[in-house]
Design a protein around this ligand. Structure first.
Ligand SMILES: NC(=O)C1=CN([C@@H]2O[C@H](COP(=O)(O)OP(=O)(O)OC[C@H]3O[C@@H](n4cnc5c(N)ncnc54)[C@H](OP(=O)(O)O)[C@@H]3O)[C@@H](O)[C@H]2O)C=CC1
Ligand SMILES: CC(=O)N[C@@H](CCC(=O)OP(=O)(O)O)C(=O)O
Length: 310
């Protein structure tokens, strides 16, 4: 029998992208709610409880309500794309390449929290260095990033695209999260295995999809033996044997004149770079992804496939 999938929030930015990715799938049955009924709680509750897997593409509070709606029904498994459950120990964190055990955790989980877009890049860069003993507890980690504006969902898309929107934005690039309390910091800290919260400075550019996440490092503050080469080798070893996260060679990285934030727009993969000079004092770690690909909808479909393969 085909697995029944319900995307709660299917008419929003992340939900729509998941639906598009699933459109040609013959191995699953997609349950759907008409757009005009998208906030009809009784209908959503019914569809959520009919599904084998519910994918929640809702704001945090609505996600929590949806989880309550299925909490007594053990047959329904859940992938939540919001921030609500990402550091909840009852939930599997849906970043399959994070370590060798994570794929199996996701495969057998009832509840999977899809990672945030920025944390996907930040954790991908930081965690292997922590595990390799290259990044000491006391190192003050900074994460600087730029996202395509679809990262802000329907509201920010309307502000960036509709000049008649009451809060229209005409700027091409802006910083935000200026209080340094962004909702993604807890998951970066937990799954980056950091001893303290990183300083996170996000920004948005006038392009719909794509993301650059940077972790600049001063080698003088790292463990003995940390260098351009050993940091790159730690990333290569960490991601060996899988096909979604690519660690770009030092030679190819050194030959690049620039990194284009939109390069992976529309793709569900992620590229990691280590920039710097041999024997130099600094390295810059860079993750390149689509905020709606590996940063959201692509990862959700990857997690769904793992859960269906259990
Ligand atoms: N966009 C991105 O790049 C990423 C998004 N996410 C997460 O995915 C989730 C969805 O975000 P995104 O798709 O961007 O947001 P959107 O605003 O584009 O879509 C959210 C959808 O949920 C619907 N919705 C809101 N409240 C309720 C409710 N109470 N009951 C039923 N439906 C409701 C909205 O309907 P309405 O139109 O009526 O408001 C809309 O269709 C969020 O938790 C976000 O943090 C995660 C990673 C990246
Ligand atoms: C550009 C932009 O606004 N990005 C969002 C993050 C993307 C998002 O909502 O994703 P999560 O569910 O992973 O939090 C923000 O900074 O709040």
């Amino acid at each position: 029998m085909k697995a029944k999938i319900f995307i709660d929030g299917e008419h929003g930015t992340t939900g729509l992208q998941i639906r598009t990715r699933m459109a040609d799938r013959r191995d699953v049955e997609l349950l759907s709610i008409p757009e005009a009924e998208r906030r009809n709680a009784a209908l959503r509750e019914d569809l959520l409880n009919t599904a084998d897997v519910a994918i929640l593409c809702l704001p945090d509070e609505a996600s929590r309500e949806a989880v309550k709606m299925v909490s007594g029904n053990n047959k329904v498994r859940v992938i939540d794309t919001s921030t609500a459950y990402r550091v909840d120990p009852e939930w599997a964190y849906g970043f399959a390449e994070m370590d060798k055990a994570q794929t199996d955790k996701i495969r057998s989980a009832r509840f999977v929290a899809n990672p945030g877009c920025y944390p996907t890049g930040a954790i991908a860069l930081i965690r292997p260095l922590r595990e390799a003993g290259l990044l000491p507890d006391a190192y003050p980690v900074s994460v600087n990033a730029v996202s395509g504006y679809t990262g802000g969902g329907k509201q920010l898309i309307a502000q960036m695209e509709d000049p008649n929107h009451p809060e229209a934005l005409s700027v091409n690039h802006f910083l935000y999260g200026l209080t340094l309390k962004h909702k993604h910091i807890p998951e970066m800290t937990t799954y980056g295995k950091l001893a303290g919260a990183p300083l996170f400075a996000p920004s948005v550019g006038r392009f719909p999809q794509g993301m650059i996440v940077q972790v600049p490092l001063h080698l003088a503050g790292l463990a003995e033996g940390a260098s351009l080469e050993t940091i790159h080798a730690a990333l290569v070893a960490h991601y060996a044997g899988q096909s979604i996260v690519e660690v770009v060679s030092l030679e190819d990285s050194a030959a690049l004149p620039r990194v284009d934030a939109e390069e992976l727009a529309g793709k569900d993969t992620m590229k990691l770079f280590v920039f710097g000079q041999k024997g130099g004092a600094h390295v810059n770690l860079v993750a390149l992804l689509d905020n709606l690909g590996k940063g959201a909808s692509g990862a959700a479909v990857q997690n769904l496939d793992l859960m269906l393969s259990a």
